[in-house]
Every structure is written in structure tokens, then in C-alpha cells.
Design a binder for this molecule. Structure first.
Ligand SMILES: [Zn+2]
Length: 370
């Protein structure tokens, strides 16, 4: 790592390209974990539970009083900290949080479809693609930053993914990319299974499934936690999504509980990373979502081109290269596609990534301290 003084000297004496290289050399991140929560609105992230939806009619809530006790509060700050305590007491203090439209920090998906496939594609490739107007298991014609890193040097970049949604292998085009992905209700494979893996596989087999095509987060997350110390990826995608499916089902109570559980998973993830020598103080965690949702009843259940609010998303980043700027206010608009270049930058590969994908959106400046 270069000191600020030597960095300044380089800046004064060299052309722009070596400066960009010097910035890349100074990166302390050695691992990146992207963890996504499908369709979690910025409204809940920044304002907490919406009291208008804590209602039998508007939110399909079984016990509004109990939900109000669990997640209600007088101010947005009180409510959001009840809903996502780790996010607000740790992520927001150690890293940056973008997307609070009440504080003029807009973050937006630009793909115009606001369906999950289009969102993950934009997030992971750096570009919106108008061809992707479906959510089917069709192989992605585009190359994600995960695939690009893996193909660039599979020894250096050990990429893997664990997802609840069984379309993720298509989004990552596993047939072409070769990225190992555990998705949907897929059991943990391998010749020698750990006792945790055997138990998880047994539970996944026996669980009453809320959705056939989407695995409940508790399983997806613990599959990721079982694999992490065993396979030790340095670029990992964990894609969770109970929030989206409970919202589509019109259950605001379950949606809030899923957001609260997502926060608990974030805490567990961070503590696991910090307890492991490969990951401790050298891992950047990017936390985001694939799309927003409608603003009020009944729009909050849905997301698509016709539902205003579906384009409004949020991004949080925490790691050794991200300054602790906290919740950002009055920022320039950040777009979903900037995540791909941010991952490339954090893994020290920004210049080659941008040469390979000149149209990819630039990295989020604040995320890598640049
Ligand atoms: Zn959805």
C-alpha cells in the first residue's frame, strides 16, 4: 500500500494512466462479497416500517398491534433501527449508505423493466440491456463482472454464488462462465459433506416450501455460510429474496420480518468474515437490491415498468477501502450498473474491466475511497 505522500508525488509527476494504476495498487480489499435482498424498498431501509401498511387491509397483516410493537416508532431513525439494527448501527457507521431520497441521495436502476433478471444483469454487467425483459431460465447473453474476473484468472479470482432464486445460474450463465452456483432448492454437493451440509440438505428436503422456484433465505444463507470457509471464494454473491416473495403475496408483516432477518444475516456474515484470517479487514461487502417497488397500497406489492418507484433502489458498502461517511445526503445520482465496475475496482482490475467493457457505468467513487 502506498502512503498518501508518495501517492501525491506520483500524481504530480505522472500521466493519468499510471495514477489510475497507483490507485488500484493502493486497494486493500482482497475479497468482495455482494449480498442482495430482492425487492427490499428504500422506503423501509431508510424510514423503517410504514404504519399505513401495518394494516389488515392495506398490508395483509395478521396482527397489526404486534407488528407495530415490533417495528413501530416515532421517527424514521427509530423505526429503521428497529427493523435493521445491524445495518444502522454498524454498516452505516463503518461504511456508506446511498439511496435515501428523503435526503436527496437517489440511486436508480436504469433498465426500464424493473424485473429481477434485468436488475441483476444491470448490477453485475454494468449496463442495462433492453433485450432482457423476462425472468425465465434463459442464458444471459451478457458477461457479468463475476464471469469476467473468473475467466481472466481463475486462480486469482475464485468466484462463486449462492442464491435463493433458481434463475440465478442462467443470469450468471454457468454453462459458459463455469461459476459454481448453488441456487433454488439445490442441495450442497460434493464427495465429502460436512455434518452441517448433511443437516442443511436434510432440512431443505423436508421443509414445507413457500415457493418451488425460490428457496427461503434461512437455507440459502446457511448454505453460503457452510461453503464459505470450505471453498474460500474471494468474490462471492449471496442473493436472498424472501422480501420480494412475501411482498408479492401481499404480506407486509412477513416482508418486514424478512427484512429484519436479512439484517440478522448481514450481522452473521460480517462476524464470520471478521473471524476468518482470509477475510478479516480485507473484505468489502456490497449490500443492495435488484429493484424497488411501488410506493403505497397496493403498489408496494409489485415492481415493473408500470409501477412508479420500481426504479428506486439503494446501495451500502463497507470495507477497508470505503471511508466511514455513513448515510449520504445531497449526492449525485448513482446507478445500479455502477456496482460491476466497483467490484472490478475493489479487486484491482478497474482499468482492464473498463477496456473490456467501455460502456459499463463507472465505479461508485466513494466506495473505493476514490
Ligand atoms: Zn419480484
Amino acid at each position: 500500500m502506498r502512503s498518501p505522500a508518495s501517492f501525491a508525488a506520483i500524481f504530480l509527476t505522472c500521466s493519468l494512466l499510471p495514477v489510475a494504476q497507483a490507485q488500484q495498487d493502493s486497494i486493500r480489499t482482497r475479497n468482495v462479497v455482494i449480498i442482495t435482498d430482492d425487492g427490499l424498498r428504500w422506503e423501509e431501509v431508510f424510514r423503517g416500517a410504514d404504519s399505513k401498511l401495518i394494516d389488515k387491509q392495506a398490508g395483509g397483516v395478521e396482527d397489526p398491534e404486534a407488528l407495530q410493537r415490533a417495528f413501530g416508532g416515532d421517527t424514521p431513525e427509530q423505526r429503521r433501527e428497529k427493523l435493521m439494527p445491524f445495518f444502522w448501527t454498524t454498516v452505516a457507521r463503518k461504511g456508506i449508505v446511498l439511496g435515501n431520497r428523503d435526503r436527496n441521495s437517489p440511486v436508480r436502476a436504469t433498465n426500464g423493466k424493473y424485473l429481477s433478471y434485468a436488475g441483476y444483469n444491470e448490477m453485475l454487467t454494468g449496463n442495462a440491456d433492453p433485450r432482457i425483459d423476462f425472468n425465465d431460465k434463459r442464458p444471459n447473453p451478457n458477461v457479468t463482472v463475476l464471469e469476467w474476473l473468473s475467466q481472466r484468472d481463475s486462480q486469482k479470482f475464485r468466484v462463486s454464488a449462492v442464491a435463493g432464486w433458481d434463475v440465478m445460474p442462467s443470469i450468471l450463465n454457468t454453462a459458459r462462465s463455469g461459476i459454481p452456483v448453488n441456487a433454488g432448492w439445490q442441495p450442497i454437493g460434493g464427495p465429502e459433506l460436512s455434518t452441517d451440509a448433511i443437516l442443511l440438505n436434510r432440512m431443505m428436503e423436508l421443509a414445507i416450501r413457500d415457493w418451488e422456484t425460490v428457496r427461503n433465505d434461512v437455507f440459502t444463507f446457511w448454505v453460503a455460510m457452510e461453503q464459505l470457509p470450505r471453498t474460500r471464494p474471494n468474490v462471492l454473491l449471496i442473493s436472498l429474496g424472501d422480501t420480494d416473495d412475501y411482498a408479492h403475496g401481499g404480506r407486509y408483516d412477513q416482508y418486514l420480518k424478512a427484512a429484519h432477518q436479512f439484517d440478522a444475516h448481514l450481522k452473521e456474515l460480517w462476524e464470520t468474515l471478521q473471524a476468518h484470517p482470509q477475510y478479516r479487514d480485507s473484505t468489502t461487502v456490497i449490500i443492495t437490491t435488484d429493484h424497488g417497488r411501488g410506493h403505497s397500497a397496493p403498489g408496494w406489492r409489485d415492481h415493473d415498468a408500470k409501477t412508479p418507484g420500481s426504479e428506486e433502489i439503494w446501495i451500502a458498502v463497507m470495507g477497508p477501502d470505503t471511508p466511514p461517511l455513513g448515510e449520504r445526503t445531497d449526492t449525485r445520482e448513482v446507478t445500479q450498473g455502477q456496482i460491476a465496475s466497483t467490484v472490478a475496482a475493489l479487486m484491482g482490475e478497474l482499468n482492464p474491466f473498463r477496456i473490456a467493457f467501455p460502456k459499463a457505468a463507472p465505479p461508485i467513487e466513494e466506495a473505493s475511497g476514490k
